[in-house]
Design a protein around this ligand. Structure first.
Ligand code: ZN
Length: 76
């Protein structure tokens, strides 16, 4: 995971553990949403199951990124 995007730290702090919409957080932080998407790696992603943002998602058997909570809940 690259940490090349200077916006990532801010974003991660804002998103981690929440289910906020990325576009809304961008607006709050004054980040250009389109530009952010084009920049690629955010350093954080949303759980496929519960939509919670996490930097520590684990791929399940179908290769979908899921959070630890869901790993415990649904198992692998
Ligand atoms: Zn989850």
């Amino acid at each position: 995971m690259t940490v090349g995007n200077p916006l990532s730290k801010k974003l991660i702090r804002e998103l981690n553990g929440t289910r906020k919409r990325l576009s809304e957080v961008c607006e709050d932080l004054g980040i250009d949403y389109e530009e952010l998407l084009e920049s690629g790696d955010l350093g954080i992603a949303q759980c496929t199951h519960c939509s919670t943002w996490s930097t520590k998602l684990i791929p399940d058997l179908d290769d979908n990124p899921i959070c630890r909570f869901c790993v415990d809940l649904v198992g692998m």
